[in-house]
Design a protein around this ligand. Structure first.
Ligand SMILES: [Zn+2]
Ligand SMILES: [Zn+2]
Length: 252
């Protein structure tokens, strides 16, 4: 394992925290366009911080473990290999997260996901608040998949690491209970490809549907998207937040 890999793993273990602190600071500004204007639960953030300390380094530990054990064979680090690995991890994670997330919403597996759903109103710290087992399953599914592929095709360490940086940052935004896209975002071509933060805020507030990670297409394809997700996005973007967690948005 090279010095570059070791430094990257150390950074991956901690980099989510500055993202959370920065986004937390950002959404405290006046004029933030909230998705839900609801009073937060007392003690929620302290609980989220406690579970974050245990679970956030899991990704880096697993990635390092797969490389050290030889289960994941690193390819020479070239730009095409880094880019192709990043894309493979991106698409596979969308599928893996969607399937495993729905599985964790079934009764036998819900105990794994319970910690994360204690937060009905999300904030940036919710993005790092999980049970150890949930983060382990999430990352083992990602790295295990590319480890198998690495015996047949070139898989780059930095391509995987780059995906994790994107995931940490966008996942923090996705839990920040604010909207930064313009009204009617889901009618645009970009909105057909990527979620905005209101999408996952609805999942926490209502507990079901909107299971996707960074993209809405699996929820749309399998009919698991909330029918008013576009209206909720537009309301938030127009500074007309929902005022109850169970509130539905009427067509605009
Ligand atoms: Zn869930
Ligand atoms: Zn969440």
């Amino acid at each position: 394992m090279t010095v570059g890999y070791i430094v990257t793993l150390i950074l991956l273990a901690i980099i989510n925290f500055p993202f959370v602190i920065a986004v937390d600071w950002y959404v405290r500004r006046p004029n933030t366009k909230f998705v839900y204007k609801v009073e937060p639960e007392p003690g929620q953030v302290s609980r989220e911080k406690r579970s974050a300390v245990i679970t956030t380094p899991v990704h880096a530990l697993l990635l390092g473990g797969f490389f050290l054990s030889g289960w994941l064979v690193p390819a020479p680090e070239t730009l095409p290999t880094i880019a192709s690995t990043f894309l493979i991890v991106f698409f596979w994670t969308e599928i893996w997260h969607y399937v495993s997330h729905i599985a964790m919403h079934t009764k036998p597996l819900h105990f794994i996901h319970r910690e994360h759903h204690k937060s009905m109103l999300t904030n940036p710290w919710t993005s790092v608040s999980f049970s150890f087992l949930e983060k382990f399953i999430f990352s083992a599914g990602i790295i295990g998949f590319v480890a198998i592929l690495s015996h047949w095709m070139p898989i780059s360490f930095y391509g995987i690491a780059a995906y994790y940086v994107l995931y940490f940052y966008t996942n923090t935004l996705g839990h920040a209970n604010f909207e930064f896209r313009k009204p009617h975002y889901y009618e645009s071509w970009l909105g057909k490809l990527f979620n905005s933060p209101s999408f996952h805020a609805m999942h926490h507030a209502r507990y079901t549907k909107n299971y996707g990670l960074l993209t809405p297409w699996l929820d749309i394809l399998f009919g698991t998207a909330w029918e008013d997700f576009s209206q909720v996005q537009t309301r938030a973007a127009e500074s007309k937040p929902l005022t109850r967690l169970r509130e539905k948005a009427t067509p605009i």
